[in-house]
Design a protein around this ligand. Sequence first.
Ligand SMILES: Nc1ncnc2c1ncn2[C@@H]1O[C@H](COP(=O)(O)OP(=O)(O)OP(=O)(O)O)[C@@H](O)[C@H]1O
Ligand SMILES: [Mg+2]
Length: 312
Amino acid sequence: MLVFENVTVRYGTFTALKDLTLELRRGELMTLLGPSGCGKTTTLRVAGGFIVPDEGRVLLEGRDITSLPPEKRPTSTVFQNYALFPHMSVGENVAYGLRVRGVPRAQRQRRAEEELERVGLSGYASARVQDLSGGQQQRVALARSLILGPAVLLLDEPLSSLDARLRLRMRAEIRELQKRVGITTLYVTHDQEEALSISDRVTVMHDGRLVQTGTPREVYFSPADDFVRDFIGDSFPYTLDGRRILLRPDQVVPNADGPFTGRLLSREFLGASLQWLIDCQGQTLRALLPSRSEPEAAVGSEVRFSLILNEE
Ligand SMILES: Nc1ncnc2c1ncn2[C@@H]1O[C@H](COP(=O)(O)OP(=O)(O)OP(=O)(O)O)[C@@H](O)[C@H]1O
Ligand SMILES: [Mg+2]
């Protein structure tokens, strides 16, 4: 559906995207995940037509759109701060794209109502934007983006200005809406849990390069390299049979029949889970246990455990 072909972007002498090749499938939600400065927003801007790459091409359904300006391409971008128009009502914000295209007032009002209903804001058309909550403003921004029926939806950290609880709710809502509308979506985040929970596929970026593209389970269970393993999920270094590996706490499973023995250094209650630190011949391992089924073990005592070493 949307293809980046060997895309390179430079800001002056700094290369922000290096030979990026990436393919979005029709109807999928792909997240771009990576640390600050790795080139996520730059990639999104290239997709939206706000940056023309220095090298490479962007194709939409086989058509070269590399130099097509934003308003001429069937993409729609939701910016991090939503960029709603404060002097316009909710309905006028949503209908904005139609007004620019000269759609008559009655028709665009009706379409705005439909879009507002789709994002769960029926009856809000005449409300003032500044009277809405953060989550509601987020929905207005989505409705405004969807009204022109874009082929690709581009979202840049859409939840970053919301509080933690609302973030969880909105990410489920965005996912549900995206599936219902069936719109191909590129979604930027630096939150790995968010990426794992909403994506069909995740693309991990590092220093302007694509490191790995895969399903959430693939990037979690079969990371391409130590950067991905370290960035996605929690991990710690461990030397086993003379080889240094990165282990995740969920690979360390305390159980009475386990082949490994260690000494319990500490137990930390985290709510739903507990973290154990286990000393094993001078190395410290971390284990995560469901807190309601914690085996009985006193700090300082000997514990047995298994290591799950094969990836999924
Ligand atoms: N207009 C610009 N001029 C010069 N350098 C820029 C410009 N825009 C971005 N950069 C640099 O390019 C790199 C990639 O920026 P980009 O905004 O794509 O990162 P990002 O992955 O979105 O990061 P964040 O998670 O912080 O939003 C960064 O090092 C940034 O400082
Ligand atoms: Mg960014």
